[in-house]
Design a protein around this ligand. Structure first.
Ligand SMILES: [Zn+2]
Length: 434
């Protein structure tokens, strides 16, 4: 068990890290260094030897290795990002970078994504140092920059330029899993991440014949683009059940005592009620038009029109995704990926998955732990290049009314002190057993 000091420190660390404004506005506009120095100092106090790495000044990453007792065992990576998405103070009940603790709740940007997990990792490692605990496997700890943008200054840079720091790592754990999901009917789930959809952000360009807005024009770039976007936005992607999503559907259905009929998934999702949210975005690929740019004057038909589409594809469906986009865009519209990240698939029958489940269940025996596939992506995609299988495991016990999905990147992001302390206990138990 983690000691009382660990339970106190996780609160202090979360609050302190929130106060360091590491807003990532994209395009390189972010400074993670103060948070990285803070994390490195806390690790050094526990006897670790953290290294700080930067591709760009101020965009600091921290990596440290805790040696395990069994040198023949594979190493485990535990990682958390230090940057956060922007927050507009005027929209918030408290200042988003105050780290204020009010009525047992820590407020601020990063409270659930993911300075909470960073603080939990630090607290657990420090409690181990006090107790003389050593894990069986080597545990590599990484705090990264730039997760909320391209990861080019963060996990991408570490994987490309410093792979030796991750030698022996076969599995990794990080954000977006093992939080309490309330179905609204009294049941609690802890979804553990075992896969991610791939990211396919696309730029579409329609070309046509420029001309006067009053003339007949059958080659209007704006019309062509609009038609393609309508086809893309309204496209009904076919069901594609990956092993993780099948397991998720089966286990969630079992929690309700419903027989799993995967031949009619839409009917099954309806029966699952609130819990359908855990799977509905990952039974298909998706494509949502999000940005438009064309023309400069109302009576001038432009020769070109541009749009952006947010596409996401499941593991093993990328070829189909590309072919579908070729068909939906048609002959008059070109498309390319402006940003592309692979999809991930992790086994749900691995010993590591079983240990994550066991650790959650030890502290939340009334809940159902289930696998799930993330609809978006994390740093795990970058570390996958090093052969590291990524799981989403950042345990948090949230009371009813705390909608994790809504707090994630949302206004009034906050986390109960008790949720953090639960996280420390579960993470400690899992890492000791891993
Ligand atoms: Zn995150």
């Amino acid at each position: 068990m983690a000691d009382q000091l660990a339970l106190d420190e996780v609160v202090t660390f979360t609050s302190d890290l929130i106060r360091m404004d590491t807003t990532n506005r994209g395009g390189g506009d972010c400074q993670e260094r103060p948070a990285a120095e803070y994390a490195a100092a806390r690790l050094a106090e526990a006897g670790l030897e953290p290294v700080m790495l930067e591709r760009t000044p101020g965009r600091t990453n921290v990596v440290a290795r805790l040696e395990g007792t069994d040198p023949s065992a594979d190493a485990l990576l535990v990682h958390g990002h230090l940057d956060v998405v922007p927050a507009e103070p005027a929209d918030w009940s408290v200042h988003p970078f105050s780290g204020e603790i009010r009525d047992g709740v820590v407020w601020g940007r990063g409270a659930v994504d993911m300075k909470n997990m960073d603080a939990m990792i630090l607290s657990v490692v420090r409690s181990w140092a006090r107790e003389g605990v050593r894990p069986r496997r080597d545990v590599v700890i990484a705090f990264t920059a730039d997760e909320e943008d391209s990861a080019a200054d963060g996990a991408g840079f570490l994987a490309d330029r410093h792979p030796h720091l991750f030698e022996g790592c076969t599995e990794g754990v990080s954000e977006s899993g093992a939080y309490t999901f309330h179905d609204g009917q009294g049941r609690q789930f802890y979804p553990i991440g075992a896969g991610e959809r791939g990211t396919g952000w696309m730029r579409l360009t329609a070309r046509g014949r420029a001309g006067h807005g009053s003339k007949v024009n059958r080659e209007n770039a704006v019309t062509r683009l609009a038609a393609a976007l309508t086809r893309i936005g309204e496209h009904e992607w076919p069901l594609r059940l990956t092993p993780t999503v099948r397991a998720a559907l089966t286990e969630i259905a079992a929690a309700y005592g419903i027989e799993t009929d995967l031949s009619d998934v839409d009917a099954l999702l309806e029966k699952l009620g609130g819990a359908a949210k855990l799977v509905e975005a990952t039974v298909r690929n998706s494509s949502n038009p999000t940005m438009l740019d064309a023309g400069y004057k109302v009576n001038v038909i432009p020769g070109e029109a541009v749009a952006h589409v947010d596409g996401r594809f499941l593991p093993d469906t990328e070829e189909e995704f590309r072919a579908t986009m070729d068909r939906l865009t048609g002959p008059d519209v070109d498309w390319t990926f402006s940003h592309h990240e692979i999809a991930l698939q992790a086994p749900v029958d691995s010993p590591t998955f079983a240990r994550m489940r066991e650790a959650v269940q030890a502290f939340a025996p009334e809940a159902h732990t289930v696998p799930y596939c993330m609809s978006g992506g994390t740093d795990a995609k970058q570390f996958a290049r090093l052969g590291i299988t990524g799981y989403g495991f950042a345990p948090l016990k949230l009371p009813e009314g705390f909608d994790y999905q809504a707090l994630f990147h949302g206004v009034d992001e906050r986390v109960p002190v008790e949720a953090l302390q639960f996280g420390v206990q579960v993470l400690d138990r899992f890492l000791r057993s891993a």
